[in-house]
Ligand binder design. Structure first.
Ligand code: FES
Length: 576
């Protein structure tokens, strides 16, 4: 399969970079507003540093460049969409900036004109004075309210919408990319809320302080402090500033309607002239516009289709087999191609979220859950997330042979004893049983706060399991003339965590390369004749002396470089 330059990928990267720069600017700007909670003077003192940071050639280039790129790409994305079958949160992310732009455009234009053309320093002192001028509403849309109420209200809406747009984008980006983000999500959530709230409160506190100062000034001098501050704006700027702001305020709603109209026309065009058919098993034919992904086609038609990462191309659970029309699909982008290569997919297996047919095709989703049931019981479960996890595999050695010699009743008894011994130790050490696979157990250790603690808990559990099975063997020798032998493999790393399964058997579990590696380490116990094989990452995180282990570097299929592993013959003797 050839790979091609993926324009959408480039657009996405540019949008992320420009968005991060703008969000950084917005965060600092809002934090500066929040200093108004201390005093106007304090806010103005901080503003000097804020302006020094952004009002230089590099700052200007980054800020205005990002703003232009971000707006152009946003319109490109909006107008090039062939389907608006998107989630509610995506709708909010789309609508928020379109509404906020109404006042943001005025804000940017006024700031740019005053500072860059007329050299006026936009201090909080000046801005609050203008905000409190006793004027009629500057908006022709709401003429009956005073200007200061209109300005304060639009400032609040603009702040919340722009910030909301930014943090939704950041969240959607980081939740599948960063383990740090997911493990510290509550801290991020706190920042997401506190920054705009503090900014709005800071702005109102500044207005209140200024209003008090204006009142005292008026009592002492009979003058108007606000109007005198207003006079600092050069007369010659009025002819540019106020008509343009008035025009933006008056005509932006029509621009907004124009955008909506273009979107509707675009949808009509693709729906009338660009339809193709995606055929699903059992003869379900779904008509979709060209350019829509197969995953979107499934959503449009309400066909259950697993998509643990939400269509980000990171989990592979949406994969489909192309039954016919292999020539009618886009080439995989670099990211999808690398996944296909790494996992050794056949030519006709593709990720539905990345697959955009240009002509009719027929597909077979390879994982096909009872989505309705999963959704009913776990409303957020299907979304999945990326998380660093410590994974433990335990397996009994030659249990098949042992079970052939025993009565079924004895086999069930022995297995249940082994499950309960391991299960209790795992749970007592902040781990959780993920699944039983025959005589194997998969467990996840994520109950402690840090990766270091989870790693240590997993090794401690391995030691205790080894001891407990040896104790169990004393009884087994008497009752069954047999002993249980076992192997444990432990590894940690990024995994996809989500609700997975079918029908009634839907549980939260983890998938990914690192789970396979843990399983592989468990198998290595057979080769080394050991009880425990653990990866260097886990041992280092747990801060356990590695000298008691035998180490080796091994190659793992699908992973570049070698993996250093540590094995131990008798895990019960481990010193922790
Ligand atoms: S939904 Fe995760 S890769 Fe497609």
């Amino acid at each position: 399969m050839n790979t091609t330059i993926d324009l959408n990928l480039i657009v996405r990267q540019l949008r992320i970079v420009s968005g991060l720069i703008l969000l950084t600017y917005a965060a600092l700007h809002l934090l500066n507003h929040s200093v108004g909670l201390i005093s106007l003077n304090a806010a103005d003192s901080v503003r000097v540093y804020f302006h020094a940071l952004w009002r230089n050639p590099i700052g200007n280039f980054l800020l205005y460049g990002s703003l232009i790129v971000h707006i152009i790409l946003a319109f490109y994305t909006i107008f090039s969409k062939s389907s608006y079958k998107i989630t509610k949160i995506e709708w909010l992310q789309l609508i928020f900036p379109l509404i906020a732009l109404w006042w943001l455009a005025q804000h940017i234009f006024a700031g740019f004109t005053l500072n860059k053309i007329y050299g006026v320093e936009e201090s909080y002192d000046l801005l609050t004075s203008i905000g409190l001028l006793d004027q009629e509403s500057p908006s022709p849309w709401i003429p009956s309210i005073p200007a200061y109420i209109y300005n304060a209200a639009t400032f609040g809406i603009m702040t919340l919408f722009i910030w909301g747009h930014g943090v939704i984008g950041l969240h959607r980006h980081l939740r599948f990319k960063s383990v740090f983000y997911n493990t510290n999500f509550n801290i991020f959530l706190f920042i997401y809320w506190i920054v705009p709230i503090a900014a709005v409160l800071g702005y109102f506190a500044s207005l209140k302080e200024k209003s008090l100062l204006g009142y005292i000034y008026n009592l002492e001098t009979q003058g108007n402090l606000f109007y005198e501050a207003f006079l600092k704006i050069p007369q010659e700027s009025h002819g540019v500033l106020f008509p343009v702001i008035y025009m933006i305020d008056t005509f932006y709603p029509f621009i907004f309607l124009g955008i909506v109209l273009i979107v509707i026309l675009n949808l009509v065009r693709v729906n009338l002239f660009g339809k193709i058919i995606v055929q699903y098993p059992e003869g379900k034919d779904i008509k979709i516009p060209k350019g829509v992904s197969v995953l979107e086609a499934s959503r449009i038609a309400g066909i259950p289709h697993v998509s643990v990462c939400g269509g980000k191309g990171r989990c592979t659970t949406c994969r489909v087999k192309i039954i016919s029309g292999l020539d009618n699909v886009n080439e995989p982008n670099a990211h999808e191609a690398s996944i296909i290569k790494r996992l050794g997919f056949e030519n006709d297996v593709r990720l539905a979220c990345q697959l955009k047919p240009t002509k009719n095709i027929s597909v077979l989703p390879l994982l096909n859950p009872e989505t309705k049931e999963i959704k009913a019981r776990t409303p957020v479960g299907l979304s999945g997330k990326e998380k660093e996890t410590v994974v433990v595999f335990i397996d009994l050695r030659e249990f098949t042979k042992l079970s052939e010699k025993k009565l079924p009743y004895d086999v069930v008894y022995i297995l249940n004893k082994y499950y309960s011994v391991c299960g209790e130790i795992i749970e007592n050490n902040k781990g959780r049983l993920d699944k039983f696979i025959g005589d194997g157990i998969m467990a996840i250790f994520d109950g402690a706060q840090s990766s270091s603690e989870n790693s240590k808990n997993s090794i401690k559990a391995a030691k205790l399991i080894s001891k407990a099975i040896k104790d169990l063997n004393n009884q087994m020798k008497i009752d069954f003339a047999e002993e249980l032998r076992f192997g444990i493999g432990i590894h940690k790393g990024n995994t996809i965590v989500g609700m997975m399964g079918y029908g009634e058997t839907v549980t939260e579990t983890v998938v990914g390369d690192n789970v396979n590696i843990a399983s592989r380490l468990e198998e290595l116990n057979k080769k080394y004749k050991t009880e425990l094989v653990v990866s260097k990452d886990v041992l280092e995180a747990a801060k356990i002396n590695s000298k008691q282990f035998t180490s080796e570097k091994i190659k793992i299929r699908g992973r570049s470089g070698e993996l250093e592993i540590f094995s131990l013959e008798n895990a019960s003797k481990l010193s922790i």
